[in-house]
Design a protein around this ligand. Structure first.
Ligand code: ACM
Length: 459
């Protein structure tokens, strides 16, 4: 039996009795009292009665990508506030990627002096080959991150940090080229992109979107690097789970994952990783973020892993909200508010006891500031929050009625949510065109991506 990670999973049930004489809260935990307060803030003054409430899932998460676009500390603090009022309790902070490295690591100063900055950024989807001319970057000090952890904790939110390895590493390789090389099956692409035969990396932080063909290779000096990075991460973040990525890399990742797991275990922590690590053989106690459709959640629970569901077509909030041509940088498949309300974190065939919950993933290639994040996150995150808190099913007309009462609260908080009537003219990004996909396109891509997984776990 895999022990449940303590700490990440606050309980949260409460009973609220509201009479004209006063309000009584009973709860099994401080988190429950906190959630009762959030509910109370949302009730009409005239409400009298009893509310018995509690979450369906322990992991009610959001992944925020602060690597593609750096998000300054005050904006992350504000995002935590918005999570809390929606009773969300896990912020998966994606701290590193090809396009930027966002945390300071003692002994490795170039990670931030070099890896946190890029000279320009792609504008729109990569098919269009457009760039702006504006340097972009930033990083968090240890003190910044401790402040985020402490503030999140006061809102009963745990921050689960992620350092993506061995792929998605070009920002670190720009700082320390000796750490990596072209990953196995992409060496010819890397050789041609580096203009010749050499597969070693010599270049800048990635300025295009997409995935670099270069990855970390495990040698004694990269082991020092991984140890230093994960030790610093464990020092700052109390989370029992630490994200190590593992996604979208053609290199053999088993050795890196095993080594990272060993370092984390020495600090009493466990691996949290994308479902790509299942194929190579995930550590038995790894928690899996299942993103490539619903099949990985089924495979992972069959293999005994705890799972956080985040199938892209239901949970990726960078995907476009409608087919309106004015949607900013339309990418991925269409994911409307109602599609999100139809999401169930437990896919057919998965063991419900092993589904810890779900998370909405906010990849920020096309969200250069908090206003853009607001637009893509809300109001879809309101629907998501209900799917991870309330019993399965739901009542869509009732949700829409309650949302109509909720949107003025978001207005009062200054949230730049997408209007239900569609994008405003100022939301459009004609200068940053997208690459919208159909469900059939994406199903075909996912079938190809998960072929090795299906071979390993015939379902
Ligand atoms: C992912 O979308 N690469 C996890």
């Amino acid at each position: 039996m895999i022990p449940r990670p303590s700490g990440v999973f606050s309980p949260g049930g409460y009973v609220l009795d509201i009479a004209s004489a006063g309000v009584t809260v009973s709860a099994d935990s401080p988190a429950g009292v906190f959630y009762a307060q959030q509910t109370l803030r949302q009730l009409p003054d005239s409400f009298v009665g009893r509310i018995e409430d509690g979450p369906r899932f322990a992991w009610r998460g959001v992944m925020l990508d602060v690597a593609r676009h750096f998000m300054p500390v005050p904006d992350v603090l504000r995002f935590l506030d918005l999570m809390a009022i929606h009773k969300l309790n896990v912020l998966h902070l994606h701290l590193t990627d090809d396009q930027g490295w966002r945390l300071e690591v003692p002994g490795w100063p170039r990670l931030t002096s070099v890896g946190a900055w890029r000279p320009r950024s792609m504008r729109g989807s990569r098919q269009h080959g457009l760039y702006d001319d504006t340097p972009h970057g930033g990083c968090y000090t240890a003190a910044d991150l401790r402040r985020l952890v402490a503030y999140a904790s006061s809102l009963f939110i745990s921050i689960v940090p992620e350092v993506d390895m061995p792929g998605h590493m070009q920002a670190a390789l720009a700082a320390y080229p000796a750490l990596g090389s072209a990953s196995a099956s992409s060496s010819s692409a890397a050789a041609s992109s580096s203009g010749g035969a050499s597969p070693s990396f010599a270049g800048e932080v990635m300025t295009a979107w997409g995935v670099s063909p270069f990855a970390l290779t495990l040698t004694s000096s990269t082991m020092d690097f991984v140890r230093a990075v994960l030790t610093q991460v464990c020092d700052i973040f109390p989370s029992p789970l630490i994200g190590i990525g593992g996604d979208e890399v053609s290199a053999d990742i088993s050795a890196v994952v095993a080594f990272a797991a060993e370092v984390l275990a020495s600090h009493g922590r466990r691996v949290y990783a994308w479902d790509d690590i299942l194929t190579a053989g995930a550590p038995a106690d790894a928690v899996i973020a299942a993103w490539r459709g619903t099949l990985p959640a089924v495979a992972a629970t069959r293999a005994g892993h705890q799972v956080v569901s985040c199938p892209d077509m239901s949970c990726y909030l960078d995907y476009r909200q409608s087919d309106d041509p004015a949607e900013p940088t339309p990418v991925g498949t269409r994911l409307t508010l109602d599609d999100l309300y139809a999401f169930d974190p437990v896919p057919p065939g998965a063991d419900p006891a092993l589904i810890l919950g779900a998370q909405a993933n906010i990849w920020t290639e096309h969200m250069e500031n908090a206003r853009r994040v607001d637009y893509m996150a809300f109001p879809r995150l309101c629907a998501f929050a209900e799917k991870v808190w309330s019993p399965p099913g739901g009542n869509s007309p009732d949700f829409h009625r309650r949302l109509a009462d909720h949107l003025p609260r978001l207005d009062a908080l200054g949230v730049n949510y997408r209007p239900l009537s569609g994008p405003r003219p100022s939301d459009a990004r004609p200068d940053a065109p997208g690459n919208p996909r159909t469900h059939a396109d994406r199903e075909a891509e996912l079938a190809e991506m998960t072929a090795p997984l299906r071979k390993r776990f015939p379902l």
